[in-house]
Design a protein around this ligand. Structure first.
Ligand code: FAD
Length: 466
Protein backbone atom coordinates (compact mmCIF):
# COMPACT_ATOMS: atom_id res chain seq x y z
CA UNK A 1 0.00 0.00 0.00
CA UNK A 2 2.94 2.37 0.74
CA UNK A 3 4.16 1.99 -2.83
CA UNK A 4 0.70 2.56 -4.23
CA UNK A 5 0.40 5.75 -2.17
CA UNK A 6 3.72 7.00 -3.48
CA UNK A 7 2.56 6.18 -7.02
CA UNK A 8 -0.60 8.25 -6.48
CA UNK A 9 1.37 11.07 -4.90
CA UNK A 10 3.84 11.29 -7.75
CA UNK A 11 1.02 11.11 -10.30
CA UNK A 12 -0.70 14.03 -8.59
CA UNK A 13 1.80 16.40 -7.08
CA UNK A 14 2.62 18.48 -10.17
CA UNK A 15 -0.94 19.22 -11.21
CA UNK A 16 -2.91 19.08 -7.97
CA UNK A 17 -4.24 22.49 -6.86
CA UNK A 18 -5.40 21.42 -3.39
CA UNK A 19 -3.36 19.83 -0.58
CA UNK A 20 -1.62 16.47 -0.60
CA UNK A 21 -0.99 15.31 2.95
CA UNK A 22 1.08 12.31 4.01
CA UNK A 23 1.74 10.97 7.54
CA UNK A 24 4.18 13.22 9.37
CA UNK A 25 3.50 16.24 7.14
CA UNK A 26 2.03 19.53 8.45
CA UNK A 27 -1.78 19.44 8.64
CA UNK A 28 -1.98 15.65 8.31
CA UNK A 29 -2.80 15.00 11.97
CA UNK A 30 -5.93 17.19 11.93
CA UNK A 31 -6.95 16.07 8.45
CA UNK A 32 -6.78 12.41 9.48
CA UNK A 33 -9.47 12.60 12.17
CA UNK A 34 -13.11 11.85 11.45
CA UNK A 35 -16.11 12.50 13.69
CA UNK A 36 -16.44 9.03 15.25
CA UNK A 37 -13.54 8.60 17.69
CA UNK A 38 -13.98 4.81 17.46
CA UNK A 39 -12.56 4.95 13.94
CA UNK A 40 -8.96 6.17 14.21
CA UNK A 41 -7.20 5.24 10.97
CA UNK A 42 -4.02 6.31 9.22
CA UNK A 43 -4.46 6.93 5.49
CA UNK A 44 -1.32 6.88 3.38
CA UNK A 45 -2.37 10.01 1.48
CA UNK A 46 -5.10 12.60 1.96
CA UNK A 47 -5.89 14.46 -1.28
CA UNK A 48 -7.80 17.58 -0.29
CA UNK A 49 -9.24 18.67 -3.61
CA UNK A 50 -9.64 22.31 -4.63
CA UNK A 51 -11.91 21.72 -7.63
CA UNK A 52 -13.49 19.17 -9.93
CA UNK A 53 -10.32 18.55 -11.93
CA UNK A 54 -8.48 17.69 -8.68
CA UNK A 55 -11.22 15.15 -7.97
CA UNK A 56 -10.87 13.69 -11.47
CA UNK A 57 -7.11 13.43 -11.13
CA UNK A 58 -7.35 11.83 -7.69
CA UNK A 59 -9.91 9.27 -8.88
CA UNK A 60 -7.85 8.38 -11.97
CA UNK A 61 -4.60 8.10 -10.01
CA UNK A 62 -6.25 6.04 -7.23
CA UNK A 63 -7.93 3.78 -9.73
CA UNK A 64 -4.75 3.20 -11.77
CA UNK A 65 -2.78 2.36 -8.63
CA UNK A 66 -5.58 0.05 -7.45
CA UNK A 67 -5.44 1.65 -4.03
CA UNK A 68 -8.13 1.44 -1.33
CA UNK A 69 -9.89 4.83 -1.55
CA UNK A 70 -12.24 6.65 0.81
CA UNK A 71 -14.29 9.74 -0.06
CA UNK A 72 -14.96 12.38 2.56
CA UNK A 73 -17.33 15.30 2.85
CA UNK A 74 -18.05 16.06 6.54
CA UNK A 75 -16.43 12.90 7.93
CA UNK A 76 -19.60 12.03 9.91
CA UNK A 77 -20.02 8.48 8.64
CA UNK A 78 -21.06 6.59 11.77
CA UNK A 79 -19.54 3.51 10.17
CA UNK A 80 -16.24 5.31 9.58
CA UNK A 81 -16.25 4.88 5.80
CA UNK A 82 -14.61 8.23 5.08
CA UNK A 83 -11.15 7.08 6.10
CA UNK A 84 -8.95 4.00 5.73
CA UNK A 85 -5.62 2.55 6.82
CA UNK A 86 -2.77 3.03 4.37
CA UNK A 87 -4.97 4.05 1.44
CA UNK A 88 -6.11 7.27 -0.25
CA UNK A 89 -8.70 9.71 1.11
CA UNK A 90 -10.33 12.04 -1.42
CA UNK A 91 -11.29 14.91 0.86
CA UNK A 92 -13.78 17.51 -0.40
CA UNK A 93 -13.64 19.86 2.59
CA UNK A 94 -12.23 22.72 0.48
CA UNK A 95 -15.19 22.48 -1.90
CA UNK A 96 -17.94 24.27 0.03
CA UNK A 97 -19.47 26.76 -2.41
CA UNK A 98 -23.23 27.36 -2.20
CA UNK A 99 -25.16 29.38 -4.82
CA UNK A 100 -28.80 30.30 -4.24
CA UNK A 101 -31.29 31.44 -6.87
CA UNK A 102 -34.05 32.99 -4.71
CA UNK A 103 -36.56 33.59 -7.50
CA UNK A 104 -36.35 30.02 -8.81
CA UNK A 105 -36.13 28.63 -5.24
CA UNK A 106 -33.16 26.54 -6.25
CA UNK A 107 -29.60 26.11 -4.95
CA UNK A 108 -26.40 24.44 -6.04
CA UNK A 109 -23.89 23.30 -3.48
CA UNK A 110 -20.52 21.64 -3.78
CA UNK A 111 -19.72 18.10 -2.66
CA UNK A 112 -17.83 19.10 0.50
CA UNK A 113 -20.49 21.31 2.12
CA UNK A 114 -21.59 20.94 5.71
CA UNK A 115 -25.29 21.38 6.43
CA UNK A 116 -24.60 24.66 8.25
CA UNK A 117 -23.10 26.34 5.19
CA UNK A 118 -26.21 25.48 3.13
CA UNK A 119 -28.59 26.68 5.87
CA UNK A 120 -26.75 29.98 6.25
CA UNK A 121 -26.77 30.67 2.51
CA UNK A 122 -30.39 29.66 1.88
CA UNK A 123 -31.76 31.52 4.93
CA UNK A 124 -30.43 34.79 3.49
CA UNK A 125 -33.21 34.34 0.94
CA UNK A 126 -35.73 33.08 3.54
CA UNK A 127 -35.51 29.58 2.07
CA UNK A 128 -34.64 26.12 3.39
CA UNK A 129 -33.22 22.89 2.07
CA UNK A 130 -34.63 19.99 4.14
CA UNK A 131 -31.67 18.18 5.70
CA UNK A 132 -30.46 16.83 9.06
CA UNK A 133 -30.52 18.10 12.63
CA UNK A 134 -26.82 18.78 13.37
CA UNK A 135 -25.18 21.55 11.38
CA UNK A 136 -21.65 20.11 11.38
CA UNK A 137 -22.82 16.99 9.47
CA UNK A 138 -21.61 16.68 5.88
CA UNK A 139 -24.32 17.27 3.29
CA UNK A 140 -23.00 14.86 0.65
CA UNK A 141 -23.08 11.70 2.77
CA UNK A 142 -26.41 12.69 4.31
CA UNK A 143 -28.19 13.53 1.05
CA UNK A 144 -26.80 10.54 -0.88
CA UNK A 145 -28.05 8.17 1.84
CA UNK A 146 -31.50 9.85 2.01
CA UNK A 147 -31.46 12.59 4.64
CA UNK A 148 -34.05 12.97 7.39
CA UNK A 149 -34.56 15.93 9.68
CA UNK A 150 -37.07 18.35 11.17
CA UNK A 151 -38.61 19.13 7.77
CA UNK A 152 -38.92 15.60 6.39
CA UNK A 153 -42.66 15.32 6.96
CA UNK A 154 -43.35 18.71 5.45
CA UNK A 155 -40.98 18.71 2.46
CA UNK A 156 -39.72 15.12 2.08
CA UNK A 157 -36.29 13.55 2.48
CA UNK A 158 -33.24 15.52 1.43
CA UNK A 159 -32.79 13.23 -1.58
CA UNK A 160 -36.41 13.88 -2.64
CA UNK A 161 -35.44 17.53 -3.08
CA UNK A 162 -32.46 16.90 -5.37
CA UNK A 163 -33.02 17.72 -9.03
CA UNK A 164 -29.58 16.94 -10.32
CA UNK A 165 -26.12 15.63 -9.46
CA UNK A 166 -22.75 16.22 -11.08
CA UNK A 167 -20.26 13.50 -10.25
CA UNK A 168 -16.88 12.07 -11.11
CA UNK A 169 -17.27 8.39 -11.88
CA UNK A 170 -14.69 5.62 -11.42
CA UNK A 171 -13.02 6.27 -14.80
CA UNK A 172 -12.55 9.95 -13.95
CA UNK A 173 -15.33 11.25 -16.23
CA UNK A 174 -17.67 14.05 -15.18
CA UNK A 175 -21.27 12.79 -15.49
CA UNK A 176 -24.58 14.52 -14.89
CA UNK A 177 -27.59 12.71 -13.48
CA UNK A 178 -31.09 14.15 -13.42
CA UNK A 179 -34.56 13.22 -14.66
CA UNK A 180 -33.44 13.52 -18.30
CA UNK A 181 -29.73 12.67 -18.25
CA UNK A 182 -28.76 9.22 -16.95
CA UNK A 183 -32.07 8.70 -15.13
CA UNK A 184 -31.04 5.31 -13.69
CA UNK A 185 -28.04 6.91 -12.05
CA UNK A 186 -30.27 9.75 -10.82
CA UNK A 187 -32.55 7.13 -9.26
CA UNK A 188 -29.64 5.28 -7.63
CA UNK A 189 -27.96 8.38 -6.20
CA UNK A 190 -31.09 9.25 -4.23
CA UNK A 191 -30.45 6.83 -1.38
CA UNK A 192 -27.59 4.79 -2.81
CA UNK A 193 -24.82 6.54 -0.85
CA UNK A 194 -21.27 6.85 -2.16
CA UNK A 195 -21.43 3.79 -4.43
CA UNK A 196 -21.40 5.50 -7.81
CA UNK A 197 -18.79 8.23 -7.76
CA UNK A 198 -17.72 11.47 -6.13
CA UNK A 199 -20.55 13.98 -6.28
CA UNK A 200 -19.08 17.41 -6.85
CA UNK A 201 -22.35 19.36 -7.10
CA UNK A 202 -25.96 18.97 -6.00
CA UNK A 203 -28.83 20.98 -7.56
CA UNK A 204 -31.72 21.19 -5.13
CA UNK A 205 -35.20 22.61 -4.56
CA UNK A 206 -35.75 25.08 -1.71
CA UNK A 207 -38.84 26.02 0.29
CA UNK A 208 -39.85 29.20 2.09
CA UNK A 209 -39.45 29.00 5.89
CA UNK A 210 -37.58 31.11 8.44
CA UNK A 211 -38.99 30.11 11.83
CA UNK A 212 -40.75 27.22 13.58
CA UNK A 213 -42.32 26.49 16.95
CA UNK A 214 -40.17 24.22 19.11
CA UNK A 215 -41.86 22.49 22.05
CA UNK A 216 -40.04 20.16 24.44
CA UNK A 217 -40.85 18.14 27.54
CA UNK A 218 -39.63 15.24 29.67
CA UNK A 219 -41.95 12.40 30.58
CA UNK A 220 -40.85 10.38 33.62
CA UNK A 221 -41.61 6.81 34.60
CA UNK A 222 -44.25 5.41 34.97
CA UNK A 223 -45.80 7.53 32.20
CA UNK A 224 -43.28 6.59 29.46
CA UNK A 225 -45.33 3.62 28.24
CA UNK A 226 -48.61 5.56 27.84
CA UNK A 227 -46.69 8.43 26.24
CA UNK A 228 -45.22 6.11 23.60
CA UNK A 229 -48.66 4.62 22.97
CA UNK A 230 -50.10 8.10 22.52
CA UNK A 231 -47.24 9.08 20.21
CA UNK A 232 -47.75 5.91 18.14
CA UNK A 233 -51.49 6.46 17.77
CA UNK A 234 -51.28 10.21 17.25
CA UNK A 235 -48.61 10.45 14.57
CA UNK A 236 -50.50 8.49 11.91
CA UNK A 237 -53.14 11.25 11.83
CA UNK A 238 -50.91 14.22 12.65
CA UNK A 239 -50.61 17.13 10.19
CA UNK A 240 -47.44 17.17 8.09
CA UNK A 241 -46.49 20.43 9.81
CA UNK A 242 -45.70 18.42 12.93
CA UNK A 243 -42.51 16.46 13.60
CA UNK A 244 -42.42 14.77 16.99
CA UNK A 245 -39.25 12.90 17.99
CA UNK A 246 -38.95 10.94 21.22
CA UNK A 247 -35.63 9.94 22.82
CA UNK A 248 -35.56 7.42 25.64
CA UNK A 249 -32.62 8.15 27.91
CA UNK A 250 -31.49 9.24 31.35
CA UNK A 251 -32.41 12.88 32.02
CA UNK A 252 -29.30 15.05 31.97
CA UNK A 253 -27.99 16.81 35.08
CA UNK A 254 -28.76 20.20 33.56
CA UNK A 255 -30.14 23.40 35.01
CA UNK A 256 -33.33 23.31 32.95
CA UNK A 257 -34.16 19.74 34.07
CA UNK A 258 -36.28 19.44 37.25
CA UNK A 259 -34.09 18.13 40.09
CA UNK A 260 -36.23 15.03 40.70
CA UNK A 261 -35.80 13.87 37.08
CA UNK A 262 -32.02 14.24 36.76
CA UNK A 263 -30.33 10.92 36.07
CA UNK A 264 -33.73 9.16 35.91
CA UNK A 265 -35.18 7.34 32.85
CA UNK A 266 -37.30 9.71 30.77
CA UNK A 267 -38.91 10.02 27.36
CA UNK A 268 -37.60 13.30 26.01
CA UNK A 269 -39.99 14.79 23.42
CA UNK A 270 -38.98 17.40 20.86
CA UNK A 271 -41.73 18.74 18.63
CA UNK A 272 -41.30 21.07 15.71
CA UNK A 273 -44.31 22.79 14.16
CA UNK A 274 -43.59 24.36 10.78
CA UNK A 275 -47.01 25.95 10.10
CA UNK A 276 -48.99 28.81 11.62
CA UNK A 277 -48.07 28.84 15.35
CA UNK A 278 -51.67 29.31 16.53
CA UNK A 279 -52.87 26.34 14.49
CA UNK A 280 -50.16 24.19 16.03
CA UNK A 281 -50.82 25.06 19.67
CA UNK A 282 -53.51 22.39 20.38
CA UNK A 283 -51.35 19.63 18.88
CA UNK A 284 -48.31 20.62 20.88
CA UNK A 285 -50.24 20.94 24.12
CA UNK A 286 -51.89 17.58 23.63
CA UNK A 287 -48.59 15.92 22.83
CA UNK A 288 -46.86 17.26 25.92
CA UNK A 289 -49.73 16.68 28.37
CA UNK A 290 -48.03 13.66 29.95
CA UNK A 291 -44.72 15.40 30.51
CA UNK A 292 -43.58 16.78 33.82
CA UNK A 293 -45.05 20.35 33.76
CA UNK A 294 -41.81 21.94 35.03
CA UNK A 295 -39.93 20.45 32.08
CA UNK A 296 -42.26 21.69 29.33
CA UNK A 297 -41.30 24.63 27.14
CA UNK A 298 -42.51 26.09 23.88
CA UNK A 299 -41.08 28.93 21.82
CA UNK A 300 -40.82 30.34 18.34
CA UNK A 301 -37.33 29.73 17.05
CA UNK A 302 -35.42 30.85 13.98
CA UNK A 303 -34.64 28.08 11.53
CA UNK A 304 -30.90 28.62 11.99
CA UNK A 305 -31.22 28.23 15.78
CA UNK A 306 -33.22 25.05 15.28
CA UNK A 307 -30.55 23.63 12.99
CA UNK A 308 -27.70 24.28 15.43
CA UNK A 309 -29.38 23.53 18.77
CA UNK A 310 -28.13 19.90 18.87
CA UNK A 311 -24.59 20.61 17.64
CA UNK A 312 -22.89 20.37 21.02
CA UNK A 313 -24.68 17.12 21.98
CA UNK A 314 -22.74 15.17 19.33
CA UNK A 315 -19.15 16.41 19.53
CA UNK A 316 -16.33 15.24 17.27
CA UNK A 317 -13.98 12.62 18.70
CA UNK A 318 -16.30 10.85 21.13
CA UNK A 319 -17.01 7.17 20.59
CA UNK A 320 -20.27 6.20 18.86
CA UNK A 321 -21.98 2.96 17.87
CA UNK A 322 -25.39 2.59 16.28
CA UNK A 323 -27.98 0.13 15.06
CA UNK A 324 -31.20 1.06 13.37
CA UNK A 325 -34.43 -0.33 11.98
CA UNK A 326 -38.02 0.35 10.96
CA UNK A 327 -41.24 -0.76 12.62
CA UNK A 328 -44.48 -0.92 10.65
CA UNK A 329 -46.26 -0.55 14.01
CA UNK A 330 -44.97 -0.05 17.54
CA UNK A 331 -46.76 -2.80 19.45
CA UNK A 332 -47.07 -2.75 23.23
CA UNK A 333 -44.48 -5.45 23.85
CA UNK A 334 -41.92 -3.55 21.73
CA UNK A 335 -42.65 -0.46 23.80
CA UNK A 336 -42.20 -2.49 26.99
CA UNK A 337 -38.83 -3.81 25.83
CA UNK A 338 -37.60 -0.32 25.03
CA UNK A 339 -38.75 1.07 28.36
CA UNK A 340 -37.15 -1.81 30.27
CA UNK A 341 -33.90 -1.24 28.38
CA UNK A 342 -33.60 2.37 29.57
CA UNK A 343 -33.11 1.05 33.11
CA UNK A 344 -29.85 -0.62 31.99
CA UNK A 345 -28.60 2.09 29.64
CA UNK A 346 -24.79 2.17 29.90
CA UNK A 347 -24.23 5.96 29.88
CA UNK A 348 -26.16 9.19 30.09
CA UNK A 349 -25.51 10.25 26.47
CA UNK A 350 -26.69 6.91 25.06
CA UNK A 351 -30.25 6.89 23.79
CA UNK A 352 -33.03 5.15 21.92
CA UNK A 353 -34.10 7.66 19.25
CA UNK A 354 -37.59 7.33 17.79
CA UNK A 355 -38.97 9.29 14.87
CA UNK A 356 -42.06 9.02 12.71
CA UNK A 357 -41.57 9.55 8.98
CA UNK A 358 -44.79 9.58 6.93
CA UNK A 359 -45.90 12.97 5.59
CA UNK A 360 -44.24 14.09 2.36
CA UNK A 361 -41.52 11.40 2.67
CA UNK A 362 -44.16 8.69 2.88
CA UNK A 363 -46.00 9.92 -0.20
CA UNK A 364 -43.11 9.17 -2.58
CA UNK A 365 -43.47 5.74 -4.19
CA UNK A 366 -40.94 3.13 -3.02
CA UNK A 367 -39.80 2.60 -6.61
CA UNK A 368 -39.13 6.28 -7.29
CA UNK A 369 -35.75 6.45 -5.55
CA UNK A 370 -33.18 3.97 -4.24
CA UNK A 371 -33.86 5.11 -0.66
CA UNK A 372 -35.13 2.22 1.41
CA UNK A 373 -38.24 1.75 3.42
CA UNK A 374 -40.99 4.38 3.24
CA UNK A 375 -43.99 2.28 4.22
CA UNK A 376 -42.91 1.49 7.82
CA UNK A 377 -43.07 4.92 9.37
CA UNK A 378 -41.51 4.24 12.80
CA UNK A 379 -37.77 4.64 12.55
CA UNK A 380 -35.60 3.70 15.52
CA UNK A 381 -31.94 4.49 16.00
CA UNK A 382 -30.08 3.00 18.95
CA UNK A 383 -27.17 5.38 19.47
CA UNK A 384 -24.44 4.77 22.04
CA UNK A 385 -22.21 7.75 22.81
CA UNK A 386 -19.30 7.55 25.30
CA UNK A 387 -15.73 8.74 25.80
CA UNK A 388 -13.44 5.97 27.06
CA UNK A 389 -12.13 3.05 24.99
CA UNK A 390 -12.42 0.87 28.09
CA UNK A 391 -16.22 1.25 27.83
CA UNK A 392 -16.42 0.09 24.18
CA UNK A 393 -17.46 -3.49 24.89
CA UNK A 394 -20.23 -2.55 27.34
CA UNK A 395 -21.80 -0.02 24.99
CA UNK A 396 -21.57 -2.17 21.88
CA UNK A 397 -23.04 -5.22 23.59
CA UNK A 398 -25.91 -3.18 25.09
CA UNK A 399 -26.84 -1.90 21.60
CA UNK A 400 -26.53 -5.33 19.99
CA UNK A 401 -28.50 -7.05 22.76
CA UNK A 402 -31.36 -4.59 22.59
CA UNK A 403 -31.41 -4.63 18.80
CA UNK A 404 -31.68 -8.44 18.79
CA UNK A 405 -34.60 -8.31 21.22
CA UNK A 406 -36.46 -5.75 19.10
CA UNK A 407 -35.59 -7.21 15.71
CA UNK A 408 -38.54 -9.67 15.39
CA UNK A 409 -41.04 -6.77 15.36
CA UNK A 410 -39.12 -4.79 12.71
CA UNK A 411 -39.80 -4.69 9.01
CA UNK A 412 -36.72 -5.72 6.97
CA UNK A 413 -34.91 -2.57 5.96
CA UNK A 414 -32.46 -0.08 7.38
CA UNK A 415 -31.52 3.51 6.69
CA UNK A 416 -27.96 3.27 5.38
CA UNK A 417 -26.82 6.45 7.12
CA UNK A 418 -27.68 4.98 10.52
CA UNK A 419 -25.60 1.82 10.06
CA UNK A 420 -22.37 0.86 11.78
CA UNK A 421 -19.26 -0.44 10.02
CA UNK A 422 -19.93 -4.05 11.00
CA UNK A 423 -23.25 -4.32 9.16
CA UNK A 424 -22.29 -4.86 5.51
CA UNK A 425 -24.45 -7.98 5.53
CA UNK A 426 -27.52 -5.71 5.96
CA UNK A 427 -26.90 -3.68 2.78
CA UNK A 428 -29.10 -5.92 0.56
CA UNK A 429 -31.77 -5.60 3.25
CA UNK A 430 -31.51 -1.80 3.05
CA UNK A 431 -32.36 -1.84 -0.68
CA UNK A 432 -34.60 -4.90 -0.57
CA UNK A 433 -36.72 -5.05 -3.74
CA UNK A 434 -34.54 -2.30 -5.27
CA UNK A 435 -31.37 -4.41 -4.90
CA UNK A 436 -31.09 -5.81 -8.44
CA UNK A 437 -31.55 -2.37 -9.96
CA UNK A 438 -28.87 -1.01 -7.62
CA UNK A 439 -26.49 -3.78 -8.70
CA UNK A 440 -27.18 -3.04 -12.37
CA UNK A 441 -26.40 0.68 -11.98
CA UNK A 442 -23.31 -0.07 -9.89
CA UNK A 443 -22.06 -2.61 -12.44
CA UNK A 444 -22.41 -0.02 -15.19
CA UNK A 445 -20.74 2.94 -13.46
CA UNK A 446 -18.23 1.23 -11.16
CA UNK A 447 -17.63 -2.30 -12.45
CA UNK A 448 -14.40 -2.74 -10.45
CA UNK A 449 -15.94 -1.46 -7.22
CA UNK A 450 -13.43 1.37 -6.87
CA UNK A 451 -15.93 3.15 -4.59
CA UNK A 452 -16.31 0.44 -1.98
CA UNK A 453 -15.86 2.21 1.33
CA UNK A 454 -19.58 2.78 1.80
CA UNK A 455 -22.69 0.67 2.41
CA UNK A 456 -21.41 -1.31 -0.49
CA UNK A 457 -23.35 -2.64 -3.44
CA UNK A 458 -20.95 -5.04 -5.12
CA UNK A 459 -21.10 -5.02 -8.91
CA UNK A 460 -22.61 -8.17 -10.34
CA UNK A 461 -23.72 -9.39 -6.94
CA UNK A 462 -27.37 -10.27 -7.30
CA UNK A 463 -28.62 -12.24 -4.35
CA UNK A 464 -31.64 -13.24 -2.35
CA UNK A 465 -32.96 -10.38 -0.29
CA UNK A 466 -33.69 -10.86 3.38
C1 FAD B 1 -23.82 14.15 14.55
C2 FAD B 1 -24.58 13.47 13.45
C3 FAD B 1 -25.87 13.85 13.19
C4 FAD B 1 -26.58 13.23 12.17
N1 FAD B 1 -27.86 13.62 11.93
C5 FAD B 1 -28.53 13.08 10.89
C6 FAD B 1 -29.81 13.54 10.55
O1 FAD B 1 -30.38 14.41 11.20
N2 FAD B 1 -30.43 12.99 9.49
C7 FAD B 1 -29.83 12.02 8.74
O2 FAD B 1 -30.44 11.58 7.77
N3 FAD B 1 -28.62 11.55 9.04
C8 FAD B 1 -27.96 12.06 10.10
N4 FAD B 1 -26.72 11.59 10.41
C9 FAD B 1 -26.14 10.49 9.63
C10 FAD B 1 -25.47 11.08 8.41
O3 FAD B 1 -26.44 11.19 7.38
C11 FAD B 1 -24.32 10.20 7.91
O4 FAD B 1 -23.41 10.03 8.94
C12 FAD B 1 -23.67 10.78 6.67
O5 FAD B 1 -22.87 9.80 6.09
C13 FAD B 1 -22.83 11.98 6.99
O6 FAD B 1 -22.34 12.56 5.84
P1 FAD B 1 -20.84 13.10 5.71
O7 FAD B 1 -20.74 13.73 4.40
O8 FAD B 1 -20.47 13.89 6.92
O9 FAD B 1 -20.08 11.72 5.77
P2 FAD B 1 -18.64 11.26 5.32
O10 FAD B 1 -18.13 10.51 6.50
O11 FAD B 1 -17.80 12.34 4.78
O12 FAD B 1 -19.01 10.24 4.17
C14 FAD B 1 -19.98 9.23 4.40
C15 FAD B 1 -20.19 8.41 3.16
O13 FAD B 1 -20.62 9.23 2.10
C16 FAD B 1 -19.74 9.14 1.00
N5 FAD B 1 -19.49 10.50 0.48
C17 FAD B 1 -19.15 11.58 1.20
N6 FAD B 1 -19.04 12.65 0.37
C18 FAD B 1 -19.32 12.21 -0.87
C19 FAD B 1 -19.39 12.83 -2.13
N7 FAD B 1 -19.14 14.13 -2.30
N8 FAD B 1 -19.70 12.07 -3.20
C20 FAD B 1 -19.96 10.75 -3.06
N9 FAD B 1 -19.90 10.11 -1.88
C21 FAD B 1 -19.59 10.84 -0.80
C22 FAD B 1 -18.48 8.53 1.56
O14 FAD B 1 -17.80 7.79 0.61
C23 FAD B 1 -18.96 7.68 2.69
O15 FAD B 1 -19.33 6.41 2.23
C24 FAD B 1 -25.99 12.20 11.42
C25 FAD B 1 -24.69 11.80 11.69
C26 FAD B 1 -23.99 12.43 12.70
C27 FAD B 1 -22.61 11.98 12.99
Amino acid sequence: MVEACEEVHSALHRRFKGDLLRPGEGGYKDARAIWNGMVARTPGLIARCADVSDVQNAVRAGSEAGILTAVRCGGHSLAGFSTCDGGLVIDLSRMRQVTVDPSARRARFAGGCLLGSIDTATQKAGLVFPSGVVSHTGAAGLVLGGGTGWLTRRFGLSCDNVEGFTLVTADGSVVRANAKENPDLFWALRGGGGNFGVVTEFEVKLHPLTAVVLAEGLCPEPRIRPLLQRWRDFMGEAPIDLKWNVDLRLAPHAENVPMELRGRPVASSSLVWTGDPEAGRPYLERALAMCSPASVSSKIMSFLDLQTMADSAFPHGRRYYTKSGYFPYLDDSTIDRMVEAVATIPSSETQIELAYLGGAAGQVAASETAFGERSAPFIMNLLANWSEASADAGHISWIRGLFNKLRPAMKPGVYVNFMSGDEQDRVPEAYHERWDRMVAVKSHYDPKNFFRLNQNVQPGKREAKS
